[in-house]
Ligand binder design. Structure first.
Ligand SMILES: [Zn+2]
Length: 127
């Protein structure tokens, strides 16, 4: 598990920097990030057909940084404090590149469209 610098304690839980999202929200005991929800366990790794925690982290980051809005540009800028009140570790850097996120985003939007079309077909059939 790559551990970059910062540690914070909240409600008796020790949080370290989440390798996926960069917020100090990673619960090392449960191997789970309370900010992005990523679970970094061997079990999850095998379930996703991956062979290393590094590839899990990269995979998590690709999805983390895909903009919901298809027209928005990929950005690694994140607020200093997350919506849930976790602090961003300023020394953290993503391991993926913007080009990699953009590539994954195309696939994601494509899947979303396909899925959306399927939903519409099901609805029509029910009428
Ligand atoms: Zn996280």
């Amino acid at each position: 598990m790559p551990q970059s610098g910062q540690v914070m304690s909240k409600d008796g839980i020790v949080y370290s920097t989440c390798p996926v999202c960069g917020y100090i929200a990673f619960n090392a005991q449960e191997k789970h990030c309370d900010n992005c929800g990523e679970e970094l366990t061997e079990e999850e790794m095998h379930k996703n057909g991956l062979t290393s925690l590094d590839s899990m982290i990269r995979m998590g980051q690709l999805y983390q940084f895909i903009p919901e809005d298809e027209k928005a540009a990929v950005s690694f800028e994140q607020p200093a404090v997350s919506e849930d009140g976790y602090t961003l570790d300023k020394s953290w850097r993503p391991s993926v590149t913007k080009a990699e996120v953009e590539k994954e985003a195309l696939q994601y939007y494509e899947n979303r469209r396909t899925h959306h079309v399927k939903v519409e077909i099901i609805k029509k059939e029910q009428k």
